[in-house]
Structure formats: C-alpha cells, structure tokens
Design a protein around this ligand. Structure first.
Ligand SMILES: NC(=O)c1ccc[n+]([C@@H]2O[C@H](COP(=O)([O-])OP(=O)(O)OC[C@H]3O[C@@H](n4cnc5c(N)ncnc54)[C@H](OP(=O)(O)O)[C@@H]3O)[C@@H](O)[C@H]2O)c1
Length: 324
C-alpha cells in the first residue's frame, strides 16, 4: 500500500510517497482503509522531530482519519468489517490503510462525509476537552480564543458559543476574523494591528476575560494573560508561533488566575471513557447541525507536502484534508 513516509526529520519537502508492507491489526485494533486524513499542526511538528511524540524513523505521519473498516482484531466488539468510521491515531493516517486502536475508532454518522469526519476528532475533541474539562467554561462567561480561525481555534469559537459564553476571536487578518464572525464570534481582535491587552480591557469594560484558549504561544501569551479576569483560566493548548513563552508568575498571583495545560491526545488514551462521552456530545451537536467543520481545501496524497507547507505558512482557515 502507498504511504507518506518521514525517513529523516525535516520540513514537509523531505517527505516521500512510497509503497510499504500491508498492516495487520492486533486483538484490540482495527484496520481502516483510509478515505480521508485531516491535517493538524502537530503533523508539521512530528515530521521535524519537534513534537512531544518522536516516532522511530521511518514512519508515516497523520492522525485524524476517516474510512472503511477492512479488518478487526479478535477482541473488537463494537465495529464490523465494512463499517464507515472515523478515529484518531498518534501517527500513520497519511496512507491508504492505517491501524486504529478500537477505543479511538467510532462509527461515522451517514450524513457526515469522509473529509468532514476526518476534520473532526482532533479539532473538536481538543477544544471541548479544553473548555469543558480543563477550563470549566460557564454560561455567561467571556472566552478569548487566540489563532481563532485555525483548526482547533475555530472549533473553540463554535463550542464557546454553544456553551453559552461571549466569545472574543483573535487572529492575524481581517479575512480570518470574518470567518470567526460567521462561526459565532461576538467580538474580534486583529492582533497584527491592535494591542491585545488594551483591546481585551476595552471590550470587557476593564474586567478582563474569564477563559483564554491559546494554541499560538509566542508574544501573544503574556499580552493575553495580562487581560485575564480575576479567577480566570488560561488554557495552554499549543505553540504554533514557535516560541514557548516564559511567564512572570506574579501575573496569575495578582488575578488569582490558573494556568492550565491541555493535552487531548493523552486524555483520549488515558481517559478513553470520558473521551467517548465527550465525542458522543459532540456528535449529538453535529447531528443537530450545531457544528460545521470548515474545510479550507482538499488535497490528494501526492500533495501532502504542499498542504503541510500551506499550514506552516499561516495560510489556512479551518481544516486541510488529504484524500487517498
Ligand atoms: N494540546 C493539545 O491537545 C493540542 C491538540 C491539537 C493541536 N494542538 C496545538 O494547537 C496549535 C494549533 O493547531 P491547529 O491544528 O489548529 O493549527 P492551525 O490550524 O495551523 O492553526 C494555528 C493558528 O496559529 C496561528 N499562528 C500564529 N503564528 C503562527 C505561525 N508562525 N505558524 C503557524 N500558525 C501560526 C495562525 O493564526 P493567525 O495567523 O491568525 O495568528 C493559525 O491559524 C498547534 O500548536 C498544535 O500543536 C494542541
């Protein structure tokens, strides 16, 4: 079968498409014929050796998958050969076939097409876990989302609104912010033109925001944290800007605020029942038309490097999908 291979750590241009041996699922695993793989920023990091997980070389990147069950392990009870599914793997989904742990593989609703299903898990799973389990976002609170038009960011905007928050979306262009407004943002900040802390204070009449969702890091983090409300929660989601910020600890002290880490992949594996419940809630919202993953573009497997470069160049709104 064909797979994208990372043979040495490097930029997307160093990835190759080649034939590799067919895979065989273990007892608690499912072999999925991949129809679509959703790209995520961690895919750009894992191939450079910059992610928290460093697979042994050579390996196949790609985490978010949708496809058809081709073979099941002897202990898998909730799925059958031929079922349409979507799921999540640490890596391996940018290929014609992938092995998915059975507790991370879910039946795909018929009305959800494969590209949408492959865009769902990481973006909505991360953002729901972050806002609900880590941020305890409550109705009526104010939520600030940085990188708000990105994969996890746009999901956080949509979910924040569904959870009853007032949502401030922050991003680098007016075009990106226009999409955030379509997804329900009440207010927007263009952080390439506006002062983040001053604008947050102005928009909240000096009170600050209750929850901050930060998948960007870099210089934005301290400016945003300076705009947090008393008892606020700062969700550390990622560092797409590249730099891991160092924070003066007097800032959370002064506001009695919490800085809270979010690592959805670890949560999903270690608390698979809780993740399953979150996934059910998300699917119910999806089936009622309340969540609409935004697909920026669809590529084929040969174009994977170009797609990952587009993401690294900050050109993507919502999600990129690779079809196999
Ligand atoms: N903790 C977790 O469990 C978890 C799960 C999934 C993802 N993540 C992390 O969350 C972050 C976002 O992931 P994603 O898949 O949503 O990525 P994405 O779609 O590429 O979104 C990232 C956003 O970050 C902003 N950004 C600022 N500086 C950037 C730069 N130098 N390069 C690229 N983007 C930059 C961009 O928005 P502007 O141009 O508007 O600034 C972009 O829309 C990543 O750091 C990823 O590792 C964490």
């Amino acid at each position: 079968m064909k797979a994208i291979r990372c043979k040495k750590y490097g930029l997307p241009s160093s990835l190759v498409l080649e034939d590799i041996e067919n895979l065989k699922p273990g007892a608690k695993e499912v072999l999925v014929e991949v129809k679509a793989c959703g790209l995520n920023f961690p895919d750009t990091l894992i191939i450079q050796g910059l992610y928290q997980i460093k697979p042994e070389l050579p390996f196949t990147p790609g985490s978010d998958v949708a496809g058809i069950v081709k073979e099941i392990g002897t202990e898998v009870k909730h799925l059958n050969v031929g079922d349409a599914v979507f799921g999540f793997v640490a890596h391996g989904a940018l290929a014609e076939e992938v092995i998915v742990p059975s507790n991370a593989c879910f039946p795909k609703p018929p009305q959800m097409d494969f590209p949408i299903a492959a865009s769902f898990m990481m973006a909505y799973g991360t953002s729901f876990h972050a806002l609900k389990d880590r941020g305890h976002l409550a109705e009526g609170e104010t939520l600030l989302v940085l990188g708000a038009s990105g994969g996890v960011g746009l999901a956080a905007v949509e979910l924040g609104k569904l959870m009853g928050a007032k949502v401030i979306a922050a991003a680098s262009t007016d075009e990106k912010l226009a999409l955030c407004k379509e997804y329900g943002a009440d207010m927007v900040i263009n952080y390439s033109k506006q002062d983040l802390k001053a604008t947050i204070k102005e928009m909240t009449q000096g009170k600050g925001v209750d929850v901050i969702y930060d998948p960007v890091g870099g210089n934005y983090t301290e400016a945003a944290l300076r705009g947090i409300a008393r008892n606020g929660r700062y969700l550390v989601v990622g560092f797409a800007a590249g730099d891991i910020p160092k924070i003066p600890l007097n800032l959370p002290l002064l506001k009695e605020a919490s800085i809270v880490g979010v690592f959805w992949g670890a949560f999903a594996m270690k608390n698979s029942k809780a993740n399953m419940q979150n996934t059910m809630s998300l699917m119910q919202w999806y089936s009622k038309g309340k969540l609409k993953p935004h697909i920026h573009a669809i590529y084929n497997l040969k174009e994977t490097s170009a797609a990952l470069e587009e993401m690294m160049n900050r050109k993507v709104k919502g999600k990129l999908v690779v079809r196999t």
